[in-house]
Design a protein around this ligand. Structure first.
Ligand code: GRF
Length: 216
């Protein structure tokens, strides 16, 4: 069966893009990256993608008079590459309402917290300051308001005594690399549907049980 083509939008390091790329090296994985689009020339993610033989495009946002015209250019690139799903992976630009509506239910993001807690930036630092016992990550469909939209999958990790934001970020990132390829796989397999604003995944089972954690 033909694999679903996806576009990955990046601005930086690209470790989540790499995780999806690695998963797609297996011929049985149901999705493949058709294009990687970056708003930042020279983003490390671009090199990683070209090393893997994936098409890359840079659309420098500073060359566009407004958000809408930048976003339209990005949409053109995604459509020219024949992609059906847009995957935000460390893409550090807010997207216009027009873009979010155009790609509604075909646009996903990963965020390094258990949404709806800790939206926005400096998430790991804020979690430590707040003294939460669990952090985690969320893959969700994108709605126009930042870090909102139907949740597809989450992973939780404990916060340990002595954690700083770097240690916590590394622990969460490891799980990001697990759940992002998984979410893309489920979507490509047609298992994911949105009912109201809640996602139902059919034929996939999460482990039972509860996690309990405290700080010394
Ligand atoms: C990740 O922590 C992701 O959750 C957030 O931005 C970071 C991107 O990292 N949206 P990378 O570029 O995928 O390594």
């Amino acid at each position: 069966m033909a694999r679903m083509k996806i576009a990955v939008l990046v601005s930086g390091r690209g470790s989540n893009m790499q995780a999806i790329l690695d998963a797609s090296q297996d011929a049985s994985y149901p999705a493949e990256i058709g294009v990687v689009v970056s708003n930042i020339a020279g983003a490390p993610a671009l090199q990683k993608a070209s090393d893997a033989g994936v098409k890359t495009v840079t659309v420098p946002h500073k060359e566009y008079p407004d958000r809408e015209s930048f976003d339209r250019r990005v949409t053109e690139e995604i459509e020219a590459a024949g992609c059906e799903l847009v995957v935000l992976a460390g893409f550090m630009r807010l997207l216009s309402e027009e873009f979010c509506e155009h790609w509604r239910d075909r646009l996903i993001n990963i965020h390094p917290s258990l949404l709806p807690s800790f939206k926005g930036l400096d998430v790991h630092e804020r979690m430590i300051t707040a003294g939460v016992r669990f952090g985690g990550c969320t893959v969700h469909y994108v709605r126009h308001e930042m870090d909102t939209g139907p949740i597809i999958v989450q992973a939780a990790v404990p916060v340990h005594p002595g954690d700083d934001s770097k240690k916590l970020a590394a622990r969460i990132l490891e799980q990001e690399h697990v759940i992002y390829p998984l979410a893309v796989k489920w979507i490509a397999e047609g298992r994911v549907r949105i009912s109201g604003e809640v996602v139902k995944v059919s034929g996939a089972k999460a482990p039972d049980g509860a996690l309990v954690n405290y700080l010394e």
